[in-house]
Write a protein of this length. Structure first.
Length: 270
Protein backbone atom coordinates (compact mmCIF):
# COMPACT_ATOMS: atom_id res chain seq x y z
CA UNK A 1 0.00 0.00 0.00
CA UNK A 2 1.59 3.26 -1.16
CA UNK A 3 0.85 6.95 -0.83
CA UNK A 4 2.59 10.26 -1.48
CA UNK A 5 3.11 12.01 1.84
CA UNK A 6 3.65 15.49 3.15
CA UNK A 7 6.11 15.76 6.02
CA UNK A 8 9.75 16.78 5.68
CA UNK A 9 9.74 16.20 1.90
CA UNK A 10 6.48 17.14 0.22
CA UNK A 11 5.07 14.62 -2.22
CA UNK A 12 7.56 11.75 -1.91
CA UNK A 13 5.92 8.31 -1.90
CA UNK A 14 5.75 6.16 1.20
CA UNK A 15 4.83 2.58 2.03
CA UNK A 16 2.26 2.18 4.80
CA UNK A 17 3.02 -0.55 7.32
CA UNK A 18 0.50 -0.60 10.16
CA UNK A 19 0.64 2.78 11.90
CA UNK A 20 3.92 3.80 10.25
CA UNK A 21 4.85 5.29 6.87
CA UNK A 22 8.20 4.38 5.31
CA UNK A 23 9.41 7.18 3.04
CA UNK A 24 10.87 5.73 -0.16
CA UNK A 25 13.79 7.07 -2.14
CA UNK A 26 11.81 7.60 -5.36
CA UNK A 27 10.53 11.15 -5.72
CA UNK A 28 7.20 10.13 -7.28
CA UNK A 29 5.00 7.07 -7.31
CA UNK A 30 5.55 6.85 -11.07
CA UNK A 31 9.32 6.61 -10.53
CA UNK A 32 8.84 3.99 -7.82
CA UNK A 33 6.75 1.79 -10.10
CA UNK A 34 9.47 1.85 -12.75
CA UNK A 35 12.34 0.98 -10.44
CA UNK A 36 13.43 4.25 -8.90
CA UNK A 37 14.15 3.81 -5.21
CA UNK A 38 12.67 0.30 -5.04
CA UNK A 39 15.32 -1.00 -2.68
CA UNK A 40 16.03 2.13 -0.66
CA UNK A 41 14.19 3.81 2.19
CA UNK A 42 14.79 7.30 3.52
CA UNK A 43 12.88 7.72 6.76
CA UNK A 44 9.98 6.50 8.87
CA UNK A 45 7.10 8.54 10.29
CA UNK A 46 4.01 7.85 12.41
CA UNK A 47 1.00 7.64 10.09
CA UNK A 48 -0.97 10.11 12.23
CA UNK A 49 1.52 12.94 11.58
CA UNK A 50 1.61 12.48 7.81
CA UNK A 51 -0.83 14.20 5.45
CA UNK A 52 -1.76 11.97 2.53
CA UNK A 53 -1.70 13.61 -0.90
CA UNK A 54 -3.20 12.52 -4.22
CA UNK A 55 -1.35 9.31 -5.18
CA UNK A 56 -0.51 10.78 -8.60
CA UNK A 57 -0.53 14.55 -8.41
CA UNK A 58 0.02 15.33 -12.11
CA UNK A 59 -0.76 12.17 -14.12
CA UNK A 60 0.34 12.14 -17.76
CA UNK A 61 -3.28 11.40 -18.69
CA UNK A 62 -6.63 10.59 -17.12
CA UNK A 63 -8.99 8.29 -19.02
CA UNK A 64 -12.35 7.60 -17.43
CA UNK A 65 -14.22 4.54 -18.68
CA UNK A 66 -17.90 3.58 -18.60
CA UNK A 67 -17.71 -0.03 -17.45
CA UNK A 68 -20.84 -0.62 -15.31
CA UNK A 69 -23.98 -1.62 -17.20
CA UNK A 70 -26.30 -0.66 -14.34
CA UNK A 71 -24.96 2.90 -14.33
CA UNK A 72 -25.46 3.22 -18.09
CA UNK A 73 -29.03 1.91 -17.82
CA UNK A 74 -29.92 4.12 -14.88
CA UNK A 75 -28.50 7.25 -16.48
CA UNK A 76 -30.32 6.53 -19.74
CA UNK A 77 -33.63 6.10 -17.90
CA UNK A 78 -33.28 9.34 -15.93
CA UNK A 79 -32.25 11.31 -19.00
CA UNK A 80 -34.94 9.86 -21.26
CA UNK A 81 -32.62 7.99 -23.60
CA UNK A 82 -33.40 4.65 -25.24
CA UNK A 83 -31.55 1.97 -23.29
CA UNK A 84 -27.89 1.02 -23.76
CA UNK A 85 -26.32 1.56 -27.19
CA UNK A 86 -25.23 -1.72 -28.82
CA UNK A 87 -21.73 -0.30 -29.29
CA UNK A 88 -21.29 -0.02 -25.52
CA UNK A 89 -21.08 -3.81 -25.28
CA UNK A 90 -18.43 -3.97 -28.01
CA UNK A 91 -15.76 -1.64 -26.58
CA UNK A 92 -14.92 -0.13 -23.17
CA UNK A 93 -15.54 3.51 -24.09
CA UNK A 94 -13.84 6.38 -22.23
CA UNK A 95 -13.34 10.12 -22.23
CA UNK A 96 -10.22 12.13 -21.36
CA UNK A 97 -10.40 14.16 -18.15
CA UNK A 98 -8.15 16.97 -16.91
CA UNK A 99 -4.79 15.89 -15.38
CA UNK A 100 -4.22 19.45 -14.14
CA UNK A 101 -7.27 19.32 -11.83
CA UNK A 102 -6.33 16.47 -9.46
CA UNK A 103 -7.28 16.69 -5.77
CA UNK A 104 -6.22 14.43 -2.93
CA UNK A 105 -7.74 13.23 0.34
CA UNK A 106 -9.38 15.93 2.50
CA UNK A 107 -8.72 18.67 -0.06
CA UNK A 108 -11.52 21.15 -0.62
CA UNK A 109 -13.20 21.00 -4.04
CA UNK A 110 -14.10 24.45 -5.41
CA UNK A 111 -17.73 24.54 -6.53
CA UNK A 112 -17.70 24.98 -10.33
CA UNK A 113 -18.74 28.41 -11.52
CA UNK A 114 -21.92 28.48 -13.56
CA UNK A 115 -23.29 25.23 -12.16
CA UNK A 116 -26.13 24.43 -9.79
CA UNK A 117 -26.05 20.64 -10.14
CA UNK A 118 -22.82 19.30 -8.66
CA UNK A 119 -22.59 15.50 -8.45
CA UNK A 120 -20.12 12.94 -7.11
CA UNK A 121 -19.27 9.71 -8.96
CA UNK A 122 -18.18 6.61 -7.04
CA UNK A 123 -15.34 4.91 -8.93
CA UNK A 124 -12.11 2.96 -8.63
CA UNK A 125 -9.09 3.91 -10.72
CA UNK A 126 -6.13 1.88 -11.90
CA UNK A 127 -2.73 3.61 -11.87
CA UNK A 128 -0.38 2.40 -14.58
CA UNK A 129 3.01 1.17 -13.40
CA UNK A 130 5.86 -0.43 -15.34
CA UNK A 131 5.52 -1.76 -18.90
CA UNK A 132 1.94 -0.57 -19.32
CA UNK A 133 0.63 -2.85 -16.58
CA UNK A 134 -1.55 -1.85 -13.63
CA UNK A 135 0.64 -0.81 -10.70
CA UNK A 136 -2.19 -0.38 -8.21
CA UNK A 137 -5.72 0.77 -7.53
CA UNK A 138 -7.14 3.81 -5.75
CA UNK A 139 -10.53 5.43 -5.13
CA UNK A 140 -11.68 8.01 -7.66
CA UNK A 141 -14.34 10.72 -7.51
CA UNK A 142 -15.21 11.96 -10.98
CA UNK A 143 -16.90 15.21 -9.91
CA UNK A 144 -19.55 16.28 -12.42
CA UNK A 145 -21.45 19.51 -13.06
CA UNK A 146 -24.57 17.92 -14.53
CA UNK A 147 -26.11 21.10 -15.91
CA UNK A 148 -22.89 22.05 -17.72
CA UNK A 149 -22.55 18.48 -18.97
CA UNK A 150 -26.15 18.56 -20.20
CA UNK A 151 -25.38 21.55 -22.41
CA UNK A 152 -22.34 19.82 -23.92
CA UNK A 153 -23.52 16.28 -24.61
CA UNK A 154 -26.02 17.01 -27.43
CA UNK A 155 -23.17 18.54 -29.46
CA UNK A 156 -21.63 15.07 -29.84
CA UNK A 157 -18.11 15.51 -28.48
CA UNK A 158 -18.69 14.14 -24.98
CA UNK A 159 -18.23 15.84 -21.58
CA UNK A 160 -15.76 18.73 -21.24
CA UNK A 161 -16.42 21.63 -18.86
CA UNK A 162 -18.91 19.46 -17.02
CA UNK A 163 -15.91 17.41 -15.81
CA UNK A 164 -12.96 19.76 -16.27
CA UNK A 165 -12.77 21.28 -12.80
CA UNK A 166 -11.91 18.40 -10.42
CA UNK A 167 -11.06 14.73 -10.07
CA UNK A 168 -10.19 13.31 -6.63
CA UNK A 169 -7.84 10.36 -6.10
CA UNK A 170 -6.82 8.57 -2.89
CA UNK A 171 -6.33 7.94 -0.09
CA UNK A 172 -3.70 5.36 -1.10
CA UNK A 173 -2.69 3.07 -3.98
CA UNK A 174 -3.06 -0.64 -3.26
CA UNK A 175 -1.23 -3.19 -5.42
CA UNK A 176 -3.31 -5.82 -7.27
CA UNK A 177 -1.89 -8.71 -5.24
CA UNK A 178 -3.17 -7.08 -2.03
CA UNK A 179 -6.75 -6.81 -3.35
CA UNK A 180 -7.28 -10.28 -4.81
CA UNK A 181 -10.29 -10.79 -7.09
CA UNK A 182 -11.40 -7.12 -6.93
CA UNK A 183 -14.93 -7.90 -5.70
CA UNK A 184 -14.80 -4.81 -3.53
CA UNK A 185 -17.79 -3.19 -1.85
CA UNK A 186 -18.15 0.51 -2.73
CA UNK A 187 -20.11 3.09 -0.70
CA UNK A 188 -20.75 6.84 -1.05
CA UNK A 189 -21.88 9.06 1.82
CA UNK A 190 -22.84 12.73 1.87
CA UNK A 191 -22.63 14.37 5.30
CA UNK A 192 -22.65 10.88 6.81
CA UNK A 193 -25.77 9.71 4.95
CA UNK A 194 -25.29 6.68 2.69
CA UNK A 195 -26.36 7.63 -0.84
CA UNK A 196 -24.80 4.90 -3.01
CA UNK A 197 -23.65 1.30 -2.71
CA UNK A 198 -22.29 -1.16 -5.28
CA UNK A 199 -19.52 -3.65 -5.97
CA UNK A 200 -16.49 -3.39 -8.22
CA UNK A 201 -17.07 -6.99 -9.29
CA UNK A 202 -20.13 -5.84 -11.27
CA UNK A 203 -17.99 -4.29 -14.04
CA UNK A 204 -19.11 -5.50 -17.48
CA UNK A 205 -15.79 -4.63 -19.12
CA UNK A 206 -12.77 -6.20 -17.40
CA UNK A 207 -9.64 -4.36 -16.32
CA UNK A 208 -7.72 -6.39 -18.91
CA UNK A 209 -10.03 -5.09 -21.65
CA UNK A 210 -9.81 -1.54 -20.32
CA UNK A 211 -5.99 -1.54 -20.28
CA UNK A 212 -5.81 -3.14 -23.74
CA UNK A 213 -8.23 -0.59 -25.21
CA UNK A 214 -6.45 2.35 -23.58
CA UNK A 215 -3.10 1.14 -24.96
CA UNK A 216 -4.31 0.51 -28.51
CA UNK A 217 -2.44 2.69 -31.02
CA UNK A 218 -0.65 4.58 -28.26
CA UNK A 219 1.62 4.10 -25.24
CA UNK A 220 0.52 3.99 -21.62
CA UNK A 221 2.93 5.80 -19.29
CA UNK A 222 3.66 5.27 -15.61
CA UNK A 223 1.18 7.34 -13.63
CA UNK A 224 -1.58 7.26 -16.23
CA UNK A 225 -4.97 6.97 -14.54
CA UNK A 226 -7.75 4.70 -15.87
CA UNK A 227 -11.10 5.19 -14.13
CA UNK A 228 -13.61 2.37 -13.94
CA UNK A 229 -16.57 4.62 -14.49
CA UNK A 230 -19.39 4.95 -11.99
CA UNK A 231 -20.68 1.87 -10.18
CA UNK A 232 -24.43 1.32 -10.46
CA UNK A 233 -26.36 3.82 -8.26
CA UNK A 234 -23.01 5.56 -7.67
CA UNK A 235 -24.06 9.16 -8.38
CA UNK A 236 -26.93 11.54 -7.64
CA UNK A 237 -28.00 11.65 -11.30
CA UNK A 238 -28.98 7.98 -11.25
CA UNK A 239 -31.38 8.44 -8.35
CA UNK A 240 -33.32 11.15 -10.15
CA UNK A 241 -34.01 13.10 -6.93
CA UNK A 242 -31.78 16.07 -7.84
CA UNK A 243 -30.36 16.30 -4.32
CA UNK A 244 -27.29 17.99 -5.76
CA UNK A 245 -24.25 18.77 -3.64
CA UNK A 246 -24.03 22.14 -1.94
CA UNK A 247 -21.09 24.19 -0.64
CA UNK A 248 -20.09 22.82 2.75
CA UNK A 249 -21.13 19.22 2.01
CA UNK A 250 -18.65 16.45 2.82
CA UNK A 251 -18.48 13.52 0.41
CA UNK A 252 -16.92 10.22 1.44
CA UNK A 253 -16.25 7.43 -1.06
CA UNK A 254 -15.23 4.15 0.59
CA UNK A 255 -13.91 1.05 -1.15
CA UNK A 256 -13.05 -2.17 0.70
CA UNK A 257 -9.32 -2.74 0.89
CA UNK A 258 -8.42 0.78 -0.28
CA UNK A 259 -10.01 3.14 2.22
CA UNK A 260 -12.04 6.35 2.36
CA UNK A 261 -11.56 9.27 -0.03
CA UNK A 262 -13.04 12.32 1.71
CA UNK A 263 -13.52 15.82 0.29
CA UNK A 264 -15.47 18.89 1.33
CA UNK A 265 -17.24 21.00 -1.28
CA UNK A 266 -16.03 24.57 -1.12
CA UNK A 267 -17.53 27.86 -2.22
CA UNK A 268 -18.18 28.81 -5.82
CA UNK A 269 -14.95 29.20 -7.76
CA UNK A 270 -14.15 32.84 -8.31
Amino acid sequence: MFTPLEHEVRGWPGRIEGDRVIQLAAQTLEAFFTGGGQAREHAEFPLDVVRLLAPVRRPPSVRDFYAFEEHVKNAARVMGRRGVPAQWYEIPAFYFSNPAAIYGPDEEIPYPQGSGALDYELEVAAVIGADGAIGGFTVMNDWSARDLQGLEMPIGLGPAKGKDFATSLGPVVVTPDELGELRLEMVARVNGEERSRGNLGAMYHSWEAIVAHAARNTELRPGDVLGSGTVGTGCILEHGDERWLQPGDTVELEVDGIGVLRNRVGTIRG
